[in-house]
Design a protein around this ligand. Sequence first.
Ligand code: AHR
Length: 508
Amino acid sequence: MKAKMTVNKTFAIDKVDPRIYGSFVEHMGRCVYTGIYEPGHPTADANGFRGDVKELVKELNVPFIRYPGGNFVSGYNWQDGIGPKDQRPTRLDLAWKTVESNQVGVHEFMNWTKEVGVECNMAVNLGTAGIEEARNLLEYCNHPGGSYWSDLRKQNGNEKPFNIKTWCLGNEMDGPWQMGHKTASEYGRLAQETAKIMRMYDPNIELVVCGSSHKNMPTFGAWEAEVLEYTYDEVDYLSLHSYYGNQANDLPSYLAKSLEMDEFIKSVAAICDYVKAKKRSNKKMMLSFDEWNVWYHSHAADAKNEPWQYAPPILEDVYNFEDALLVGCLLITLLKNCDRVKIACMAQLVNVIAPIMTAKGGDAWRQTIFWPYAHAANHGMGTVLTPIIDCPAYQLKEKAHPHAPEITKQVPYLESLAIHNEDKNEIIVFAVNRSQDTALDFDVEFQGFNPTNLIEYKELSGHDIKQTNTQADGSVAPKDATATLNGNQLNAKLNPLSWNMIRIATQA
Ligand code: AHR
């Protein structure tokens, strides 16, 4: 089967914001406790953070992490996590029905981010708390000194401010499960006033306002429009959340879920532009897709969890090969929309629906989805070129909802794009072949470039679709592949069901 992609140096979508490769650390399950933090672990540093996990986070090249939740943040009092550790209260976290020891708080987390070279995206509690707690946390984190909260930070061990630039105004406030759930007008007003007051301290911070928890929420669309009516002038990003799963065990449909993500992004961008037009605004609202991933494997196990445990294993999806392929398609989709999606966070980083798994007291290892994420985060920088793709498609019959008419959706076998990294004189091609049985004879024409040589071609293919990685066996891993470069034409044989990363050097 033939597939062709044409890219032209002058036809670009936008520059990639590195924060599109963000991740998420929530105080839930074993993400923090026995995930990033485990005093007494053989690799733990003096602060109790696992060295093996730090290495894997660096290998992933994660630039940006949303923290500390998630549903958790809507009941969190950040002051529980400061001061001497032995005096910190143990609390019940009602979001996940677990016990929170508060041994990791803002100081420990921020010091860890500095070590692993990550920027923090701090979320404030707009569920059970509000403006006062948010402004105090901002002052605590960012003010150099000479005020109550900043001096308290110094007293608690961090002389220098954390200088956190990006802040989330709560989490999933449209969801009835959320502590302090609000209507769009209740949340819109609160977010507007919180944003206003946070910006009175520092007009240069960047703020993310909550969109819908997912696109199947009954209030989806209306929620975005109403919240933006209040907050359009005060915020920089609107959030999107979406998780995908193969509950139906239908691979062609599963691998097409990235088309749903694309549609979702475009719908939300359209709502932003509707509010922009209504307000006669010059400002273009950007998007923060700050929770995305595959999440469904752990549902059955989680239904049996006993409440009020410390660091129980929850949302511990064990990912297989087909999940890695979908994650590859989702990453390409985010990149195709990089003119709107400036921030995206794979949820989450360790153990909880995560690319990295740990055993308490034991090893840390890479899940299958680690690989497309690592390839993209390490190499996918530069300008995304508009991909003109000519390739066969398969058909899916779909209904938007049970009462909707059935439509036929065309799903291209190839999902691909190319990025021009001007700093490194490099072109990076990411590609997924969705076909289960046929290789793609893939030609790429690089118009306006003088490619010189192939730097690297890594491919993830040839595994059983249900194969997983375990502590003992990490064999779902990329291998080297070959492609031919002839002038400005690349040819590669994309194996059936494969994720591919091809890097090409080009003359300046
Ligand atoms: O990432 C897990 C949970 O999913 C988050 O806490 C919440 O925001 C979302 O519903």
